[in-house]
Design a protein around this ligand. Structure first.
Ligand code: AMP
Length: 418
C-alpha cells in the first residue's frame, strides 16, 4: 500500500517522499485512517515500528486543515517520558511538517535545563508541543501556556511514563486539558497500571495491534559472552578492534561505570564518551550528535539512553553490565537492528551476574549458547537447567566474586577426564 492511498495531504506526501520512505509501516497503515477521522486510539507499538510518524502525520494534517489562530493556540500535545525522546519526536514532527503551506511551530520542552529560554520560545504560542510531564507542569505553573485549545493528546510510550513515576503529573495535566479532545495512546506493553490509565483516558478507542512486518521486525542477533568482570573492558577493546565496529553503544549500570569505562577506552585511544543523566543537557546533545555523525565510535551509557533513541546504523549494542529487567533488556537491544537493518546485541556475563542473566533469558524465552573469547576465558558458570552449553566447576560456578585458580581449573579438567 503506498502512502498516497492513505488520504494524506500533498505537503505531507512530499515530506514522506523526501525521507525516501517507500511505504507506510504496519502501524502507520493501521493508525492513519482512524486517527485522521478523529477517533481515540489504543495502539500497541514497538520501538522502531515507525510509530512517531504514525501519530505525527495525523497531527500535521489536522493542523493544516485548522483555521489559523493569532496568536497561535496549542492544538496538539505529545507527552513523552524522556528528554531525548522529546527532541527526537519534536524533530520528526518538524521535518514532516516542513512543506506545509503555513509555517508550523513545534515546541520541544523538557526538564534539566533552564526554564527561561523555553518560556521565551513559547511567547507567541506554539501549534504542537512535545513535552516531558514535569517540565510541562512547571511551564503551566509559570502561566507560560494554556492547554485549553488542545484538540489532540498523544501519550507516547505510556508504559515508560508510568514506570518513571509520572502518574501524578499525568493526572494534573489531564485535569487542565479540555474534556472534548482526541486521545492517541501508544505503549509497548500493557501492564495493569497502563490499562487503567487507558480506560480513564480513552473514549471507545480503536484498538491497534499489528504484528511486526518482516521488513520492520528487528533483525537482532543476540549473543552472550562469559567473561570475568575485571576483564570486560579489555574484552570490549578486543572486540571493537577485531570486528572493526564503526559504532558501538555500550550499556553499564551506573554513571560511575560509564565514566570509568569511557576513560579506559580513551586511554587506549578509542574515541569514547559517557552518556548518563548527570551530564548537562548540552553535553548529552553533543555526545549524541557526535555519535550520529560518526565523530564518536563508542558511547557508554546508562539506561537513560535505552529508550526511544533512534540512531540509524547502529550495528552493535553491548550489555557490559546486564540490564535490571527483561523489559530493559528489550529496550536496550532495540537500539540496534532498527528500520530493517541488521544488528548484534552482546551481553557480558560473569560469575556475579550469572543468575541474573538466567532470569532475563527465562523471561525472554532465550536459550543462547554461552560463548567464550580466546584469551578472555572466564570462570565456567553454572549452565542453565537442561543446557549443556557450559560446564560447571565444582564449588565455583555462579558464586559471586569467586574465580577458580589454575589448580581449580586443572582439578576440574581432571574430573571431566581431560
Ligand atoms: P520510530 O518507531 O518512530 O522510532 O521509527 C523508527 C525509524 O523508522 C525511524 O528512523 C523512522 O525515521 C523510520 N521510519 C518511519 N516510518 C518509516 C517508513 N514508512 N519507511 C521507512 N522508515 C520509516
Amino acid at each position: 500500500m503506498p502512502f498516497s492511498s492513505l488520504g494524506l495531504s500533498a505537503a505531507l506526501l512530499r515530506a514522506v517522499a523526501a525521507k525516501a520512505w517507500l511505504a507506510p509501516t504496519a502501524i502507520q497503515q493501521a493508525v492513519l485512517a482512524p486517527a485522521l477521522q478523529g477517533c481515540d486510539l489504543l495502539a500497541s507499538a514497538q520501538t522502531g515500528s515507525g510509530k512517531t510518524a504514525a501519530f505525527a502525520l495525523p497531527l500535521l494534517q489536522q493542523f493544516e486543515a485548522a483555521v489559523p489562530q493569532s496568536p497561535r493556540r496549542l492544538r496538539a500535545l505529545v507527552l513523552v517520558p524522556t528528554r531525548e525522546l522529546s527532541t527526537q519526536v519534536g524533530e520528526e514532527i518538524r521535518s514532516l511538517g516542513q512543506h506545509l503551506p503555513r509555517a508550523l511551530k513545534v515546541a520541544i520542552v523538557f526538564g534539566g535545563v533552564s526554564i527561561n529560554p523555553q518560556m521565551l520560545r513559547l511567547r507567541g504560542g506554539a501549534d504542537i508541543m512535545v513535552a516531558t510531564p514535569g517540565r510541562l507542569l512547571d511551564l503551566l505553573d509559570h502561566n507560560a501556556l494554556t492547554l485549553s485549545g488542545v484538540a489532540t493528546l498523544v501519550l507516547d510510550e505510556a508504559d515508560r511514563l508510568l514506570d518513571l513515576g509520572f502518574a501524578e503529573e499525568l493526572t494534573r495535566i489531564l485535569a487542565r486539558l479540555p474534556q472534548q479532545r482526541q486521545n492517541l495512546f501508544f505503549s509497548a506493553t500493557f501492564p495493569p497500571a497502563v490499562q487503567t490509565l487507558a480506560k480513564t483516558l480513552l473514549h471507545e478507542p480503536v484498538r491497534i495491534e499489528v504484528a511486526p512486518e518482516p521488513q520492520t521486525q528487528p533483525d537482532i542477533e543476540q549473543r552472550v559472552i562469559e567473561v570475568d568482570a575485571g576483564q570486560r573492558t579489555q574484552l570490549l577493546r578486543h572486540l571493537i578492534a577485531q570486528n572493526h565496529w564503526s559504532r558501538v553503544l555500550v550499556f553499564v549500570a551506573t554513571k560511575h561505570a560509564a565514566e570509568m569505562v569511557a576513560d579506559k577506552l580513551r586511554k587506549a585511544r578509542i574515541n569514547a564518551e559517557p552518556f548518563h543523566g548527570e551530564l548537562s543537557q548540552g553535553k548529552r546533545t553533543q555526545v549524541l550528535a557526535d555519535f550520529k555523525a560518526s565523530r564518536l565510535k563508542v558511547v557508554i551509557a546508562t539506561d537513560v539512553a535505552a529508550r526511544g533513541l533512534d540512531i540509524a546504523q547502529l550495528p552493535v549494542v553491548v550489555n557490559f553490565d546486564l540490564p535490571r529487567s527483561a523489559l530493559d533488556y528489550i529496550h536496550r537491544i532495540g537500539r540496534t537492528g532498527r528500520a530493517g537493518e541488521r544488528g548484534v546485541a552482546l551481553s557480558f556475563v560473569s560469575a556475579s551476574s550469572d543468575a541474573h542473566w538466567r532470569l532475563i533469558e527465562k523471561r525472554q524465552g532465550l536459550g543462547l549458547v554461552r560463548e567464550q573469547v580466546a584469551g578472555f576465558e572466564a570462570i565456567k558458570l553454572n549452565p542453565a537447567p537442561g543446557s549443556d552449553a557450559t560446564t560447571t566447576l565444582p564449588g565455583t560456578g555462579g558464586i559471586k566474586g569467586l574465580r577458580p585458580s589454575k589448580k581449580d581449573k586443572l582439578r576440574a579438567a581432571a574430573a571431566r577426564g581431560q
